[in-house]
Design a protein around this ligand. Sequence first.
Ligand code: CP
Ligand code: NVA
Length: 309
Amino acid sequence: MKTPRHFLTLRDIDPQEFRHLIQRGQELKAMHAEGRTYLPLQQKVLAMVFEKSSTRTRVSFEAAMVQFGGSAIFLSPRDTQLGRGEPVADTARVLSRMVDAIMVRTFAHETLEEFAAHSQVPVINGLSDQYHPCQLLADMMTYFEHRGDIRGRTVAWVGDGNNMCHSYINAACLLDFQLRIAVPEGYEPAADLLAAAGERVQVVRDPQAAVADADLVVTDVWASMGQEEENNRRRQAFQEYQVDEVLMGTAAPDALFMHCLPAHRGEEVSAAVIDGPRSVVWDEAENRLHAQKALLEFLLAPALSGQPC
Ligand code: CP
Ligand code: NVA
């Protein structure tokens, strides 16, 4: 059996493939806007395993499969045997004999790795506690769309050293931009990722030091899914880390603001920033659809993608 190509983190693609996915996402977006019918995944089925809630990831993958002529099946632990203790490995073996790709949103990243190890078809990370690579495809596509190449630019991450932050570190290495992370003590991203990223990624305490002259400012919720019981403690720890108009005012004059959503106005971002002129969060959310179409095409119809997978 040929080992399938998985997408568990951005490290599963190389810089050239990342740039291809960004460009192809833009092409597919234009084709969609023109109303052109393009059905590269007819008869193909994507299984989507969600162990956590989702709006954007679920709808974008499902819409992508339908628009490509295929279909998607939503599976939650509430109504599958996975939720009653059937092993991950067995679930992966069975699903991958029936469908063409499997998207998994889960807690421990190791669950995804186990899924992938026992799957005959590509496994896609729809978010784990450690990474959210699909969101980075959309974020980077959105930056390129608005401002061109991100190489050599400076990105400020303000807030938790979480799954999104980890994927930004990976993206900085692949696309060659500087990343400044402003994070309170005790909430830093994983030390091994920071060490591997070297000088491209810098951790600071002061949000102003991270945001000064930055080309892109990004934040995310202070308590991620699964951390609900830490809400109060985190609110305390992060109270100086809100992206508000004063902080955005120190970024480069044409800086953009992004947030993967869902957002908590008045916590990690002020309403004036997320609903303001520098915010591109709605394009960013829409681009989940187009960027993931590029990913699905790349994994399942590489000849059509124009990029050997
Ligand atoms: N940004 C994101 O992944 O959103 P959902 O949790 O709604 O899928
Ligand atoms: N860091 C957030 C991202 C949600 C899309 C979480 O994991 O809940």
